[in-house]
Each structure stands twice: as structure tokens, then as C-alpha cells.
Design a protein around this ligand. Structure first.
Ligand code: AMP
Ligand code: ZN
Length: 664
């Protein structure tokens, strides 16, 4: 087999696995095997850029950065939908339609209204050519690079597809994916996102497609425009499915508005069993010929109608406001409610966000409040029913001291949240940090879970994560629910964690704003903890993607005496505090202090490989040319504006050969 055939075979294979996994949800190989094949393909593609393919599965990993999203006019306008809220609304709509069409039979297709960001995908000769956001309906942003990272968007089609067409759908985050993302953000000391819909739509406009690739986005398709030969909307859905798109099976052909209403009523209740959010049903006239005849108003098609579900709201009594303390000391007020059935689940608690929110609603213990479960997973309180307020309820006074340790709370300028500053003595902060330390993406300590951490802390066996390394089997066995076997597992798990690589140890330390990616960057830039500890705020901000907020937090962390002691102890226990020999092998200081901008297409190495070479040799990669740029490495098709700018600033422009010469 030639190299080209080999590359093509792996691409085809991966494309199949991708389809099985993301569209059918029926993987036939393990994630590990998939990753291995993908890695093999990446290696081959790096070595043979001549076989570049804009539909290669390797593009799913992302890595390309879009500075400015280009505005593109839609070939077919993207309309909104008219809304209806009742049986009468629907019947009126049917009458209007019959008046235009004459008394001919009509059929309806009912689909769910997926709540996310709409997207228009253009396919040419079976390949994804362009993905454009809805924008104002006439024109939107070209987000193709980002969309290519979404697993359920086919880069190549299957079956007998038309040579060119547009297909429309909704980019969504599943509830599970959204919850997982937020969990990770909380672990990284970041604010969680408010709801899946805004997060999905914000994701499309991230500049770094590698970040988009990390988000569990999904794409659900619902209409095709510009393809000839199709006769009905129902057929559209079936065809789209056959060509490899993800089209939810929940779609029903109905002959009467009564049938439509039954569909609406059913899904109004059962939508809470779906893995994603819906905010209604979309009803469409099935015949595409009839659709054409009906046409559009200025805003929406006459042949479609959205039926909006009522956001579920219930009134209940607010019994008590309590306050939770997180790992970073952030205080979250929680409303403890008289249990109430809402959107299919019993709701007992709702988030009150922060002091301002409580003041704004003038919410008091004993009030009757309206709880809503709409876009957010966590129910929220939207209003107080003042007519039901008993006489003499005292206004809520936000706590001034930590409910867990009694320390006076602080609130920084411009921040919404109050904090307990007692980071070394406040129990939930202590256990929270240890729980973060042992978590899967950090030290991944087998045999130890969050509850055991609390138990060990309560029993006085651990006070910080360094103490974990002193635990003995004999100490653990006497604890509740601890058999000899589990005690041994725990100690072995702790021992095994000493092999966890430096970047993960750095993440595990729980420095505020140092998430997984930042930890990787820092580990790579500084190579060992001593160098990192010696770095000033200024030096830190010179590292690619490290901003002031992170730099400040890192410096503060290592200025703290307790943290220094803990790190020193961890060092003596033998944890990894520098990059491994293998990681260092490919590294040098040859480009130290030099900043590069990479522009254009290269012959012998890929762009990402080039950037990696710069960083591995101690250089910095910047995305735009400034007076601080040392060199621009230019390939073919370097942007003319970049060229003028470099020349204007007197920044030398070098070729890839010049560059390779610098590091050889
Ligand atoms: P609105 O933004 O409320 O006017 O609703 C119109 C939007 O609903 C469209 O732009 C689509 O993005 C979205 N939508 C979600 N699901 C569907 C569906 N099954 N059919 C048509 N549009 C849908
Ligand atoms: Zn406290």
C-alpha cells in the first residue's frame, strides 16, 4: 500500500468510527483504540502535508485559530419562527393556511424545537464547505473551523447526496455535557456557566478551535434548502439521516391539529427525559410544494409555527437561606424550599447566586416565591409573591461571617461573590482542596473518594493534601466502613500517584485560575517547580496565554508560607516536580527570549508542529505582529497585511528553512 492509500484508509476508518460514536451513539471500538488510530493518522499527515484533505478526521482535534470571523451572506435567508401558545393559535394558523392553499388536504410534521444556536452548513460534493451562524438572518459569521471539531457534524457525507445544498440545524450542549463542563470549571476555581444554550452559542465564537474541540457540543439537523428532488419535510429528515447527519428520531407526521396538540402535550411532559433542552415544538407543513406556495412573511415562513412550552413555574415557601462555602472560599447563598414538584422532579433547593441577587428581589425567609426550571439545570427563584408576605418578615441580612469557620467575609471590588479568606482553617476549603487534588484529572488517586477525604479530615488524619502521603494502613482500618482491603487500596493509590507527571501535579495544587490547560503551559514554559516559583508576575505574563489574573494568582500562591511548606513536603515524598527526561529531550533554550509569529502554509512541517518546535526550543508564539515580535516565519500565502506590518516595524521575515536552521 502506498502512503497515500494508507492515509486514505485510516481516514475512512476513523470517519466510520466517528459516525458510529457521535451520530449513532453506538461505538464499535474503544476510545483508546480510536485515539491510537487518530494519532497514527496525525503522524502520517504531519510527514506528508501533500495529502492534505479539508475533511480529514484529524481536523476534529482543532488547533487552528480564527482571529476575525468573516461575515458571509446566506444564499437563502435564515428566518425566525412565529410563535403560538394555545390550541386556538394553532387553529387560527391552520385556517390562514387553508385560505391560501384552497381546500386541499395538508399534513404536518412535528419536531422538537432544540434550544441552542442555529447554524447553516453548506456541502459541496459531499464535503463540508462552510458553516455560518445565523447572524441577523441575512448574513452571519464563518465558523467553519470551529464547527469541524464537532463530532456529529459530518465532514464527508455517505450515500447518494446532491452535489450542493445547505442544511440547517442547531448547535447544542447536552445537559450531561454541560454539567460536566461546569464541574470542571468549579474544580479549576472558575465561575460555572449559566445555561447550555448561551454556552453553546458562545463556543462557536471562540478563537481557538482546540478549545471548541474540548466542549461536548452536538449538532441536530432539521432542514435542507437548495436541494432538488425532495418532496416533503419528512423525507428531508430521512434523507439527512441517510447522508450521515444527526437527526433526532422524535418527529411525527400528523394529519390534524388535534394530533399535533397530542404531540405537544406529550413532549411538554416528557421533554425532561431528553438528554438536551427543548423550548417547544416546531410544526411544519409537510409538502415542500405547499411550503413554496405559502412563502414567507417579512420575518418568518408561513408554513411553520413554533409552539412554545410554558417555562415551568411553581410557587412555594422559602423556609431558610443557607450559605455554602466552596473550595476557593466563595460563598453561595442557597434557598431551602418547601419541596415542590417542578418539571418532573421534586425541587427542594434553588441557587440565589449572591448578595446582590437577594437584595434585588428583596427575598426574605418565610416568603412565597416563584421557582422556575427553564434553561438552567439548577432551579432559580424569579420573584417573590408580595401579596402573600406575612406581616413582620425581617429583611434578609447577608451573612458577614463564614458559616463554617466564623471568619469575617470579604468582597473584592467588582466581584459579585463574598469570600471566606481563612483558606488554611476553613473546613470545606480544606477538604475541597484535597478533593480537587485527588480528582481524576489531577492526581487521580484510586481507592480514595470525596467522602473518605471528609472522614479522614474529621478524624484528624489529614489537614492538607501532603498529609495523604503519610497515611498508613493501620491508621485507616479503624475508620468507619473501612476494611483492610480498602485501606490497602487507598495507600497503594496514594503511592502510585507519585508517578503522575509534573503538569498534573501543578494542576492538582489547586492554584486559583490554573486549570488543566494553564498548568500544561506553565509546566512547559518553566520545566520545574523551582523555576516557576522564582518567576515574577511580569515574567509569567510573557508566557503565551498567561494573563495578569493568572500570573498574580500564581505569585500569590507561592508567597504563602503554608503553601511553600506543603510543596516542599510533596517534593520530599517524591512527587514529580519537573518535566520527565522524555519530555525534556526534545527541548532546548535556543530560542529563549524570542517571540515568533507564524503565517502562511508550510511545505515540510505543519503549522502546529512548527509552533511546537518554537515552544520546545524556549521561544514564544504570538498571534499578531507587534514591536515585540522577533521574527515572522512566513510560508506560502502569507497575508499581505501581515507582510506590510512586519516590514513597517522592521521585523525580519524568515522562511521555514531559515527557521529550521536556527534550531538545528
Ligand atoms: P426563534 O429564534 O424563537 O425565532 O426560533 C427560530 C429558531 O428555532 C430557528 O432559527 C432555529 O434555529 C430554531 N429551531 C430549533 N429547532 C428547530 C426545528 N426543529 N425546526 C426549525 N427550527 C428550529
Ligand atoms: Zn470559612
Amino acid at each position: 500500500m502506498t502512503i497515500e492509500q494508507k492515509i486514505k484508509t485510516i481516514r475512512k476508518e476513523l470517519q466510520e468510527h466517528n459516525y458510529n460514536y457521535y451520530v449513532l451513539d453506538k461505538p464499535t471500538i474503544s476510545d483508546y483504540e480510536f485515539d491510537m488510530k487518530l494519532k497514527a493518522l496525525q503522524d502520517l499527515e504531519e510527514k506528508h502535508p501533500e495529502f492534505y484533505d479539508p475533511s480529514s478526521p484529524t481536523l476534529r482535534v482543532g488547533g487552528l485559530v480564527t482571529k476575525n470571523f468573516e461575515t458571509i451572506a446566506h444564499e437563502h435567508r435564515m428566518y425566525s419562527l412565529d410563535n403560538s401558545y394555545s390550541k386556538e393559535d394553532l387553529e387560527d394558523w391552520e385556517k390562514r393556511i387553508q385560505r391560501i392553499l384552497g381546500d386541499v388536504p395538508v399534513e404536518f410534521v412535528c419536531e422538537l424545537k432544540y434550544d441552542g444556536a442555529s447554524i447553516n452548513l453548506t456541502y459541496e460534493n459531499g464535503q463540508l464547505a462552510r458553516a455560518v451562524t445565523r447572524g441577523d438572518g441575512f448574513q452571519g459569521d464563518d465558523v467553519t473551523t470551529n464547527i469541524k471539531t464537532i463530532g456529529s457534524v459530518p465532514l464527508k457525507l455517505r450515500g447518494d447526496y446532491p452535489s450542493k445544498f445547505d442544511i440547517r440545524g442547531e448547535i447544542i450542549l447536552t445537559l450531561e455535557g454541560f454539567a460536566k463542563m461546569n464541574q470542571e470549571r468549579i474544580e479549576n476555581g472558575e465561575e460555572p456557566y449559566m445555561n447550555p444554550r448561551n454556552t453553546a452559542s458562545g463556543s462557536l465564537k471562540l478563537q481557538d478551535s482546540a478549545l471548541v474541540a474540548q466542549r461536548p457540543l452536538d449538532c441536530l439537523l432539521y432542514s435542507i434548502v437548495g436541494a432538488s428532488g425532495l418532496k416533503t419535510q419528512f423525507e428531508v429528515l430521512e434523507k439527512a439521516r441517510a447522508w450521515g447527519f444527526k437527526v433526532p428520531p422524535v418527529a411525527k407526521l400528523c394529519k390534524t391539529t388535534d394530533e399535533v396538540l397530542r404531540f405537544v402535550e406529550y413532549w411538554d411532559v416528557h421533554r425532561h427525559e431528553l438528554p438536551y433542552e427543548t423550548d417547544g415544538v416546531v410544526i411544519k407543513i409537510n409538502s415542500l410544494l405547499q411550503q413554496e406556495e405559502l412563502g414567507h412573511t417579512a420575518k418568518a415562513p408561513r408554513w411553520a409555527m413554533a409552539y412554545k412550552f410554558k417555562a415551568e413555574q411553581e410557587a412555594t415557601i422559602l423556609n431558610e437561606i443557607t450559605y455554602q462555602v466552596g473550595r476557593t472560599g466563595a460563598i453561595t447563598p442557597v434557598a431551602n424550599l418547601q419541596p415542590v414538584l417542578l418539571a418532573g422532579t421534586t425541587v427542594k433547593r434553588a441557587s440565589l447566586h449572591n448578595a446582590d441577587q437577594i437584595a434585588k428581589l428583596d427575598i426574605r425567609e418565610g416568603d412565597t416565591v416563584f421557582v422556575e426550571k427553564g434553561g438552567e439545570i439548577i432551579p432559580k427563584i424569579i420573584a417573590v409573591d408580595l401579596t402573600k408576605r406575612p406581616l413582620g418578615l425581617t429583611p434578609t441580612r447577608y451573612i458577614t461571617h463564614c458559616p463554617e469557620c466564623g471568619t469575617e467575609l470579604i468582597r473584592k471590588e467588582g466581584e459579585a461573590q463574598h469570600f471566606c479568606p481563612n483558606d488554611t482553617g476553613c473546613p470545606p476549603q480544606i477538604t475541597g482542596r484535597i478533593q480537587h487534588f485527588i480528582s481524576r484529572k489531577a492526581m487521580d488517586i484510586e481507592g480514595l473518594g470525596g467522602e473518605t477525604v471528609e472522614l479522614l479530615f474529621k478524624e484528624g488524619l489529614i489537614d492538607n493534601y501532603a498529609d495523604l502521603y503519610m497515611l498508613t494502613v493501620d491508621q485507616i482500618i479503624p475508620l468507619e466502613r473501612m476494611a483492610e482491603k480498602s485501606a490497602e487500596n487507598l495507600v497503594n493509590g496514594v503511592e502510585a500517584s507519585k508517578k503522575i507527571p509534573f503538569e498534573r501535579v501543578l494542576f492538582a495544587l489547586g492554584i486559583r485560575y490554573v486549570g488543566e490547560t494553564v498548568a500544561k503551559k506553565l509546566a512547559k514554559a518553566y520545566k520545574n517547580i523551582d523555576a516557576l516559583m522564582a518567576a515574577s508576575e511580569e515574567e509569567l505574563t510573557a508566557v503565551d496565554e498567561i494573563g495578569e489574573r493568572i500570573a498574580q494568582s500564581v505569585v500569590q500562591f507561592f508567597q504563602n508560607q503554608t503553601n511553600l511548606e506543603t510543596v516542599n513536603r510533596l517534593k520530599t515524598y517524591g512527587l514529580q516536580f519537573s518535566l520527565s527526561e522524555e519530555q525534556l529531550q526534545h527541548q532546548s533554550d535556543l530560542l529563549k527570549g524570542k517571540t515568533f509569529v507564524v503565517s502562511g502554509v508550510f511545505e515540510t512541517i505543519g503549522r502546529s508542529e512548527l509552533k511546537k518546535l518554537i515552544e520546545d526550543n524556549g521561544g514564544k508564539v504570538a498571534s499578531s505582529i507587534s514591536s515585540k515580535t522577533s521574527y515572522v516565519v512566513a510560508g506560502a500565502n502569507m497575508g499581505p497585511s501581515k507582510k506590510t506590518k512586519a516590514e513597517g516595524l522592521g521585523v525580519p521575515i524568515i522562511s521555514e528553512q531559515d527557521f529550521l536552521g536556527m534550531i538545528s
